[in-house]
Design a binder for this molecule. Sequence first.
Ligand code: NAD
Length: 315
Amino acid sequence: MKALVTGGAGFIGSNLVALLLNEGHEVVVLDDLSSGYSENLEPGVEFVRCDVADCESVRAAAVGVDIVFHLAASVGNARAIEHPLRDSEVNVLGTLSVLEAARSEGIQRVVLSSSAGIFGELKTLPIAEDHPQDPDSPYGVSKLAAEKMCLVYNKLHGMDNVCLRYFNVYGRNQRFDAYGNVIPIFAERMLRGQEVVVFGDGLQTRDFVNVRDVVRANYLAGTSDAARGAFNLGSATRVTINDLASMMGELAGVEPVFRHTAPRSGDVRDSLAAIGAATEAFGFVPSVPLEHGLREYMSWLREDEVTLARWRDAE
Ligand SMILES: NC(=O)c1ccc[n+]([C@@H]2O[C@H](COP(=O)([O-])OP(=O)(O)OC[C@H]3O[C@@H](n4cnc5c(N)ncnc54)[C@H](O)[C@@H]3O)[C@@H](O)[C@H]2O)c1
């Protein structure tokens, strides 16, 4: 099979590309390198550098492709609150551009990377697919619109699009970024002996799912006949941010120094995925326990050349 992976130079996309190549498939990566890294590009992949909202370039990249894994996005609540127009341009128009390319090239399935951000504040626990969708940030709104667009193409054009709503993903190739996720930020600060900033009281909970499980889910969803529609994707376990920090401190061999600040706007209090629908439709079962995944992640980060070069520059 020939796969087009948008956002394939990013954190999750690069892990997916590695899996697809490993399974013997041909891969084209489309990415503008705005938050991805050329260092993440696997040898042997065809690379198209362009904006995913540029319909003509996306259509050209989709020629001869059997499936699209659409990961390119403006990612995260904080970035979206600061740049709401760009957020929607990339996440909504970019998704439409991918869907139109798929339609015109006769590609039957787009697997969209969606987000648990579409749900907003938790109303029931765990969060199943039918949880109310009431996003707390422009990012949640744009991801929800992207999902709805994929699902409407199923209805109108008989496509088999799949939307995977990731909870908090972590693992190899996830680097510190100003708008970033808590695990790379904590890991970096602990490994550099700096204090750890916790938003609010640290008792908020998150469902952290390892990137190896997420890319396996993409592969299963992309290749299973029964997969169609929207599915929640997490580890089905949750941990408080304080407990996460203690666990990471132990793995880093440090006693972390915490500083608590005000809660961050756009952040939800609790999060936990119900994953039964993904298990039933395409056999998804998470396989990487948090502690194991964190150990693996911290040893990768200690040797990551991009991160080490940035640390040297900051000194
Ligand atoms: N990391 C998480 O915890 C998480 C959680 C929920 C959903 N997601 C979704 O998973 C996907 C991948 O996220 P990630 O964590 O790997 O982030 P990432 O920033 O590492 O990857 C996004 C990639 O898209 C590329 N990109 C951004 N804008 C683009 C544009 N206009 N045109 C072409 N390429 C563009 C970036 O350069 C980057 O390589 C995203 O769709 C994101 O919304 C991630």
